[in-house]
Design a protein around this ligand. Structure first.
Ligand code: ZN
Length: 154
């Protein structure tokens, strides 16, 4: 770890949106307020067009300022999300460790059982047996006497 480690520079792209978004919002809000005021004072003798001409771009401005703001603050939002997940991870670390350990134990147990079963299977498969001519019990081929009846094996 070096002391000279620098924070990565935020791309200009986000800064531009940070400037544009509030400007757009303010312009849009002013246009909407102006047009609403004009509409409120509307009577049949005045012209509707100027107020509608203000309302439309106003709505567009406000509409676009929302995603622009989201884009502009995306790095902060992400940082907050990372911090939040970190916090959750840290506060529930013990639980997560428990879950992980239990999971690992179950996994290890299952592996052990499987391995044992496989080993037994292999051993059974490889075991060379014969049947005792006296009592008929299955015994190892190289045994000298039958473990069941004691009959000597050839
Ligand atoms: Zn026998």
């Amino acid at each position: 770890m070096t002391q000279t480690q620098q924070k990565p520079q935020l791309p200009k792209f986000f800064l531009v949106f940070r400037i544009i978004a509030p400007i757009l919002f303010v312009i849009g809000a002013i246009l909407i307020i102006v047009s609403c005021t004009a509409l409120a004072e509307y009577d049949r003798f005045s012209n509707l067009e100027p107020s509608l001409g203000c309302l439309f771009p106003g709505v567009i401005c406000v509409f676009f300022s929302i995603p622009f703001t989201v884009i502009a603050y995306m790095p902060n939002i992400q940082r907050t999300m990372v911090k939040t997940s970190k916090y959750i991870m840290e506060t529930s670390r013990d639980d997560l460790t428990d879950i992980a350990t239990t999971g690992a134990e179950i996994g290890a147990e299952a592996t052990e059982i499987t391995a044992k079963a496989m080993a037994t299977g292999v051993k059974e498969g490889l075991r060379d047996t014969k049947f005792c001519p006296e009592c008929g019990r299955e015994i190892d081929r190289d045994s000298k006497f039958c473990p069941e009846c004691g009959h000597p094996q050839a």
